[in-house]
Each structure stands twice: as C-alpha cells, then as structure tokens.
Design a protein around this ligand. Structure first.
Ligand SMILES: C[S@@+](CC[C@H](N)C(=O)[O-])C[C@H]1O[C@@H](n2cnc3c(N)ncnc32)[C@H](O)[C@@H]1O
Length: 205
C-alpha cells in the first residue's frame, strides 16, 4: 500500500466537496470514474462517505493499481470496483471499455498539473464522451488564471513540476474551460481549497 501524505491531508476536504456537489443526486445510485487514482487513499474514503456511488478507480501505473487493490481489500470497500488501467491521453474508446454516456461523475485529483497539453486534450475529449448529460467532471489541483500564476509559491511549484517534465505544469483555468466547452461541458463552479488548490466543477450540457 503506497502512502501519500498529501492525500492523507486533503481527503476530508475533498469528501466534503464531493458530498456537497453530489447531495442532490444522493437518492439514486451513481457511477463515478476516478482518473489517476494514485495510491487509492482517496477512493476508499469516498466510498466510505458516499455509499450511493459505485467507484471505478484507474491509473496508468501497475504500482498504483496494486496499491489501490490493497486499500480496497484492507477496507472491504464494497462499492469500489477493481482498478483498471486507463490512460487519459488515449482516445476514449480505449478507456477501459467504458461506454459512451456511462458515467454520472468523473473525478481527477492532481492529475492535470502532471500532464501534457495532449493529455489534457484527451482527458476533456474522453470526459465529454463518457459523461451522461448533466454529469459532472471534477478536477482538483493548482492552476494558472489567465496566464498568470500567483502567489510565488505556486510559481515555484510550477517550475518544480516543469523540471520533472517540461510538458507538465500548472494548467490555465481558461484553457481548461475552453477545452471543456469544446467537448460539451461548462465550467459551473470553482471551489477554493487549502494552499491555493481549487476544485473545478464542469457539467456536461
Ligand atoms: C500526482 S499523482 C496524483 C494521485 C492521486 N490522485 C492523489 O491526488 O493522491 C498523478 C497520478 O496520475 C497518474 N497519471 C499520470 N498520467 C496519467 C494519464 N495520462 N492518464 C491517467 N493517469 C495518469 C499517475 O500515475 C499518478 O498516479
């Protein structure tokens, strides 16, 4: 079981956001896909707090898939499906056999700042296809706004991430909004989290 100290710190706030956003639909069973699930720490907490959601975790690395499996087994989470390999940069037809309009919710936590523009394009194209009408896409991360990164600690974070891979870096909210719009989704809400993180809530039109 991998352990992310950041996931241990932010899972409670993320649960609160998801519970708030999904509350109006909590009378029915929802299907949620998580992209870039990482360790699996988030999805098992989400499952504990929101039993009305069936969760499909995913990632691109075997290490993550093994860790998610271990968390699910250790917590006996009944509403979490076995994790699947899913690369958000791939065409949606390769997204683990998920069919068009099959998801009520898609969640991606700290994925886009560690992604190239091509991956972000794949991410929004895929989400636009597999979300149901009125479905929600929720991204959590640190963002640039209209080409500007503030405060200076976020500039340093951006530089650090770009050092890992020059194609990565803090994505611009306006660029994401346009990618979403081009794929049939509207940026509906921005929720401020701790340490300049934000949750962006997109709705499929
Ligand atoms: C920074 S980690 C975040 C993990 C977890 N969501 C969290 O917040 O603890 C980014 C995750 O995205 C995964 N990832 C990277 N590129 C991806 C891609 N193209 N498609 C799907 N997942 C990807 C990585 O393997 C990693 O687990």
């Amino acid at each position: 079981m991998l352990l992310s100290p950041q996931a241990e710190r932010n899972w409670e706030d993320l649960c609160a956001v998801l519970e708030d956003v999904l509350e109006e639909q909590s009378h029915r069973q929802l299907f949620a896909l998580e992209l870039g699930s990482g360790t699996g720490q988030h999805v098992i907490r989400f499952a504990q707090k929101m039993p009305f959601v069936t969760w499909q975790p995913s990632d691109i690395t075997q290490e993550s898939l093994d860790s998610i499996k271990a968390y699910v087994a250790a917590t006996h989470a009944k509403t979490v499906l076995p994790p699947v390999h899913l690369d958000a940069s791939e065409p949606w037809e390769k997204w683990a056999d998920l069919s068009r309009s099959s998801c009520d919710v898609i969640v991606a936590i700290n994925l886009l700042q560690y992604s190239s523009f091509k991956t972000a394009q794949g991410f929004f194209t895929g989400a636009g296809q597999i979300l149901k009408q009125n479905g929600l896409l929720i991204t959590h991360g640190v963002y640039a706004i209209n080409g500007t990164i503030t405060p200076s600690c976020n500039e340093s974070l951006d530089a650090e991430i770009r050092k890992m891979n020059p194609e990565w870096g803090l994505p611009d909210i306006d660029v994401l909004r346009q990618l979403a719009y081009g794929n049939g989704m509207r940026l509906e809400r921005m929720i401020e989290m701790e340490d300049y993180f934000k949750c962006l809530i997109f709705r499929k039109l």
